[in-house]
Design a protein around this ligand. Structure first.
Ligand code: XIL
Length: 281
């Protein structure tokens, strides 16, 4: 915990799982914060997402009106619990599929894109002072997915609902990260809409392990490039990593054979990635 509690090392933290719907409202109307309360909060994640939903949400037979009330109750309870503590909330997460279509979910099936305005309006009501974000991965390369995410922001804005930011998750692979200028370009597509942006879940994984010394150097350069892209964009407010030590990570469980995606090694030693980032700050 010495690293986490040192403000020179970490300015903000995000609970990896403890604020997700299956943790906060595992059965209807019964709210639990035992997992979400473990860390002091700043970036809060996430409310409306197709994944990690409890089965009562997934398998309910909803009408628009019953699901709207479930969404509003969930958002008001969870955001109400953390009111005043979160710099930002990921109100909606991963609503766009990788091919640029809208992602299938209980929310999309019931409302089409209408669930977005419902959720962002509920977010503003629950905590008027936090930043309300849309958050997704694979926005870092220009293509069909960021095109759709741009449309998503515009849909929320046209509905008169509040949206303050877009989170680029940035789960990347060593050696195939976007160039500094191409990432800057896509970040600016969003700031041009009047929202701020941030890298919210940055990790850069090695596809195979163990990583060679040169792969570790490349990883460091890749991290430095992402941070530099954010620094290049006036409306890019920060970079958050999705874990900091290779000792604990979601990466090997999700991407078979891959790993060591962070900036401290398994023994909490600083990797070339740490040094490269600090050299561009
Ligand atoms: C991941 C967590 O890190 C894992 O522990 C969990 O098993 C699955 O979810 N995008 C997101 C995060 O928005 O919530 C995901 O977190 C990683 C991908």
């Amino acid at each position: 915990m010495a690293i986490v509690n040192n403000k020179n090392e970490m300015g903000q933290v995000v609970p990896e799982n403890g604020q997700k719907w299956d943790s906060t409202e595992p059965s209807r109307g019964s709210f639990s914060y035992s997992q979400g309360d473990i860390v002091p909060l700043l970036r809060c994640h996430t409310l409306i997402w197709y994944s990690q939903l409890p089965s009562w949400v997934l398998s309910g037979s909803w009408t628009r009106s019953t699901l709207q009330s479930v969404i509003e109750t969930h958002i008001s309870n969870v955001m109400g619990h953390y009111v005043g503590q979160c710099y930002a909330w990921d109100v909606a997460n991963e609503a766009v599929a990788d091919d640029g279509n809208w992602r299938d979910s209980v929310f999309y099936r019931t409302f089409g894109t209408g669930f977005l305005a419902i959720s962002f309006n509920a977010g503003q009501k629950a905590d008027p002072n936090t930043k309300l974000y849309y958050n997704d991965y694979n926005l870092e390369y220009n293509g069909a997915k960021p095109d759709r995410a741009v449309e998503l922001v515009q849909i929320v804005q046209k509905a008169g609902a509040p949206i303050d930011g877009v989170g680029f998750q940035a789960h990347l692979i060593v050696g195939s990260t976007p160039s500094r200028s191409s990432l800057t370009t896509v970040l600016k597509r969003f700031t041009a809409l009047g929202v701020e942006v941030a890298c919210t879940e940055l990790d850069i994984r090695h596809s195979s392990l163990p990583a060679s010394a040169s792969a570790l150097t490349t990883q460091g350069n890749n991290f430095a490039n992402v941070v530099s892209s954010c620094l290049d964009v006036a409306g890019c407010v920060g970079v958050t990593v999705w874990g900091f030590t290779d000792k604990y990570s979601w990466v090997p469980e999700t991407f078979s054979g891959a790993g060591d995606a962070f900036i401290y090694d398994k023994n909490l030693g600083k990797k070339p990635s740490w040094t490269s980032i600090s050299s561009v700050l």
